[in-house]
Ligand binder design. Structure first.
Ligand SMILES: Cc1cc2nc3c(=O)[nH]c(=O)nc-3n(C[C@H](O)[C@H](O)[C@H](O)COP(=O)(O)OP(=O)(O)OC[C@H]3O[C@@H](n4cnc5c(N)ncnc54)[C@H](O)[C@@H]3O)c2cc1C
Length: 391
């Protein structure tokens, strides 16, 4: 039996015993995990079968056609970034503890990297973790922490040795977001919602057993998270004419009297959507097990600019209606990047070229790591972190 047939047979087995229409999402996703269909390239017992990652698309398409719940939608940061980081750098005990409830959505994850003084240059971060026996004591502030208000666990990078250069003195932890000393406060966006937060940590105690990777290896572990973040933000593979371009076509087909210029613009955007989709299919097929490479930055840039262009176009088509907005009532969403009307989509898409690394920084990565161009100016790279001036 081919590997494709094997995973499809498992999908049928899953659907026959757990009808998505009548099974609770957590139960369905738990059964999916136990059958190795969560991340098919992960090892057996960790939600996978040790098979080619290419097969995941086959599984996802079959389950989506049956209207099965999506782990990526329920726990986007945990699914797209937390799981590969735990798999790559976690111990067996950590894989056992975290992966299943992450996949079922019982435990939501967030990413505590950015700080008020460290965004694009996240390696300059100031949050400290000081060793105290079998624990670490953490103090500092993070910002833009998406879904922290729902999270059980956070991926935290903290400074453990200020005497070393910035990239060398950091360590990566899993922090209990509901533990003592963690204070999550909403940050309201221009959509009216507060999808992200600022997080204050005051004398938070993290057991050493919750460290991911070695002491001082935090940057190395963080790169796994960041590379996967780019893919998870820009690497979506909707069906043809799916995703945001579907909304443009819906508005187009519902109206009339469009100009040739508008038709040209729609055609250009449709082609762009298709090129992005095919690029992401190719990238997912080339991707081997482990950390994606800098090519994730290609999709990230393209998706950000494309989403902004399509949402601009839709609001233009709507004319005066494009200026109407549903409500600015402050809500705490359970999803990221969600929008329920084109006007909200227009506002939300502005963030696409900032979140997960700005377009300018993605261009630097591509210039340096793929095109071999001279590096950005980095005057503080070799200096001890404590000697670098900062505001
Ligand atoms: C919707 C949203 C959700 C987010 N969610 C999270 C999250 O869950 N967790 C988390 O940790 N962070 C999160 N972030 C933060 C995000 O990663 C940062 O905003 C981003 O990395 C940019 O950092 P900054 O905002 O500090 O901008 P800065 O780094 O201060 O950049 C300011 C400007 O300078 C430019 N710039 C900076 N350095 C360079 C350079 N070397 N070359 C050229 N241009 C440069 C940037 O492109 C930008 O235009 C989120 C952000 C948004 C908008």
């Amino acid at each position: 039996m081919s590997q494709t047939d094997e995973v499809l047979e498992r999908c049928e087995h899953l659907l026959a015993r757990h009808d998505p229409a009548t099974t609770k999402p957590r139960e369905f996703l738990g059964a999916q995990f136990d059958l190795g269909l969560a991340w098919v390239h992960f090892p057996e017992g960790a939600g996978g079968l040790g098979l080619s990652p290419r097969l995941q698309k086959t599984i996802n398409e079959r389950l989506a056609a049956a209207h099965a719940p999506s782990a990526a939608a329920r726990n986007p940061i945990g699914y797209g970034m937390g799981a590969p980081t735990i798999l790559t750098h976690g111990s067996d005990a950590q894989r056992q503890r975290y992966l299943r409830p992450l996949f079922t959505g019982e435990e939501i994850w967030c990413q505590l990297f950015s700080e008020p003084g460290a965004g694009s240059d996240v390696a300059s971060l100031s949050t400290t973790a000081v060793r105290d026996g079998d624990e670490w004591i953490v103090n500092g502030q993070k910002v833009w922490t998406t879904l922290a208000h729902l999270s059980r666990w956070g991926m935290l990078v903290a400074r453990t040795n200020p005497d070393l250069p910035k990239h060398k003195g950091m360590t990566y932890f899993v922090i209990d977001m509901q533990g003592p000393g963690v204070d999550v406060r909403p940050l309201r966006q221009m959509t009216g919602e507060a999808e992200f937060n600022e997080v204050f940590m005051s004398d938070v105690r993290i057991p050493d057993a919750e460290r991911l990777g070695d002491v001082g290896e935090g940057w190395h572990v963080a790169l796994t998270t960041l590379m996967n973040e780019r893919v998870s933000i820009g690497g979506a593979i909707p069906p043809r004419e799916g995703g945001l371009i579907r909304e443009a076509l819906r508005v187009w087909r519902a109206g009339q009297g469009w100009t040739d210029v508008q038709r040209d613009e729609l055609t250009k955007l449709w082609i762009e959507a298709e090129v992005l989709r095919l690029t992401n299919i190719r990238a997912s097929q080339l991707r081997t097990v482990g950390t994606p490479g800098p090519e994730g930055s290609v999709s990230k840039i393209m998706a950000a600019e494309h989403n902004k262009a399509v949402s601009n176009f839709v609001v233009d088509l709507l004319g005066a209606e494009g200026m109407l907005y549903t409500t600015f009532e402050m809500v705490r969403p359970e999803a990221t990047m969600a929008w329920d009307c084109p006007q909200k989509g227009f506002l939300r898409m502005r963030a696409n070229s900032i979140e997960g690394g700005t377009t300018e920084v993605m261009k630097n990565i591509l210039g340096e790591r793929m095109l071999g161009l001279p590096g950005d100016v980095r005057v503080d790279k070799a200096l001890p972190w404590k000697d670098v001036p900062r505001s």
